[in-house]
Design a protein around this ligand. Structure first.
Ligand SMILES: Cc1cc2nc3c(=O)[nH]c(=O)nc-3n(C[C@H](O)[C@H](O)[C@H](O)COP(=O)(O)O)c2cc1C
Length: 147
């Protein structure tokens, strides 16, 4: 598969096999991502990899906080969004709704609880930006994630 095909067929996955992922594979993935461009080549990303039981413990704590405080995984908009964005969000949720129903849950629970459980992935890669950087450097974090 060439690069253009890879870009064209890329999808967000929300189902993973419950098999451990090797440290070598994780190192390789992160080495590729480290080729991402960043302002002044600062490479401001800080990466934490969480595996196995620790990953499950983290999800457990996140789910507990979500259920107690109903912090959602929404896109973070504090003000009402213009219609064209609302329409896109609706399209996205409507597309997933039949599958979600087949899994015996509702869209909101699936997205919020699924996200906090990393959809069952055996490894979670958490990427942080040190607070010494301004929020603009989130663009560098975005390019790291995209790579
Ligand atoms: C910054 C960002 C945050 C996202 N957050 C979530 C999330 O919390 N839960 C989720 O299931 N998908 C999340 N997604 C995936 C988007 O829903 C997905 O990219 C979008 O629906 C387009 O689908 P596609 O990636 O399969 O093309 C996120 C994507 C991005 C770029």
């Amino acid at each position: 598969m060439d690069l253009l095909d890879t870009i064209r067929t890329r999808r967000s996955l929300r189902a993973f096999q419950d098999e451990p992922i090797s440290r070598q594979t994780l190192h390789e993935v992160l080495a590729y991502a480290s080729n991402a461009p960043s302002a002044m080549n600062l490479q401001p990303w800080e990466v934490h990899v969480v595996l196995g039981e620790e990953r499950k413990r983290l999800s457990h704590r996140l789910l507990q906080s979500y259920r107690e405080r109903l912090i959602t995984c929404g896109p973070g908009s504090m003000t009402p969004l213009p219609d064209r964005f609302i329409d896109r969000a609706k399209q996205c949720s409507e597309g997933m709704r039949p599958l979600v129903r087949r899994m015996g849950t509702d869209f909101k629970t699936y997205i919020n609880e699924g996200s906090l459980d990393f959809y069952g992935a055996p490894a979670a890669i958490l990427v942080f930006l040190d607070e010494c950087f301004p929020l603009e450097r989130m663009t560098d974090i975005g390019s790291f994630l995209a790579f």
